[in-house]
Design a protein around this ligand. Structure first.
Ligand code: 9WO
Length: 254
């Protein structure tokens, strides 16, 4: 996958790509990533990337010309991108399903906004999609672009060492992760659930599935609506619901 990221903070973006699984994916040739400094596409002496907003008001807006110029250059040097993504709070919400979709594309360009916004002509004529990673305001789109890149890159074949960790993880099946433990089995008197030490693989699998369902029901019940539960999991869900009902019956508060 080709990745091109346009930013006024190239070191910030490079630092986000320069470690861990993302770096390994780059080293293994799964990802061909380039970071472009928006200031290299300015034509004035001061290399200005922003200007005051037409109509007045406080704050600066990213000028269209450097962004159009950077994307033109990427088209020439790197070929036609599959998508040009603008990261902004006005975008469609980025989800694991979106990560899956983007991971199937050959070439992604990210435009990282800054200041109080980006000239609307960039949104309308350069970006092919606008994505938000959540309802909060950042100082710029860089961290959001890195979040999207991280989620997408780890889905590429050969990016993560053990492909099994992708199959079993959170969200893939629409459930939250089960509780996990590592050694020691007794840490300051805090014990690991006995079943996990038993070596009884069927019992362990069943316990984990129950825990994932219990956790999802407690923390993110809306996920259960769209989760694809098999018959065994539907049975586990009924048991967990029954258990909770029992616990609530004995609960005299309110
Ligand atoms: C700041 C601001 C200040 C006064 C009046 C209006 C204002 N709007 C903004 C604003 O939205 N600034 C953005 C900062 C401009 C585009 C880049 N920035 C950004 C991207 N902040 N947060 C994101 C972002 C991206 C993806 N998902 C969540 C947040």
């Amino acid at each position: 996958m080709k990745l091109d990221i346009i930013t006024i903070f190239p070191r910030l973006v490079e630092s986000g790509l320069g470690d861990g699984i993302v770096r390994r994916a780059v080293e293994r040739g799964r990802v061909d990533a380039r970071v472009w400094d928006l200031r290299d596409f300015t034509e004035d002496r001061h290399r200005s990337v922003d200007d005051v907003a037409f109509g007045g008001g406080p704050g600066m807006v990213l000028k269209p010309a450097p962004i159009f110029g950077a994307v033109d250059r990427i088209r020439r040097d790197r070929g036609e991108p599959s998508a040009v993504v603008l990261t902004s709070p006005q975008g469609r919400r980025f989800t694991q399903a979106e990560a899956q979709r983007l991971s199937g594309l050959a070439h992604l360009v990210f435009i990282c906004g800054r200041y109080e916004g980006v000239d609307e002509r960039v949104r309308e004529h350069v970006a092919t999609e606008e994505l938000s990673i959540g309802d909060y305001v950042l100082t710029g789109g860089e961290l959001a672009a890195l979040v999207v890149c991280d989620a997408v890159i780890r889905l590429l074949p050969g990016a993560v060492g053990d492909e099994r960790s992708i199959e079993t993880e959170s969200f893939n099946r629409g459930l939250l992760d089960y509780s996990q433990y590592t050694r020691p089995a007794d840490f300051r008197g805090l014990k690991v659930p006995e079943v996990l030490l038993s070596g009884h693989h069927a019992a362990i699998r069943q316990w984990r599935r129950r825990e994932a369902i219990r956790r999802t029901l407690e923390r993110r019940p809306e996920l259960l609506e769209s989760a694809s539960l098999d018959v065994e999991e539907q049975q586990l869900l009924r048991e967990v619901l029954e258990e909770r009902k029992g616990a609530n019956d004995g609960d005299t508060r309110d």
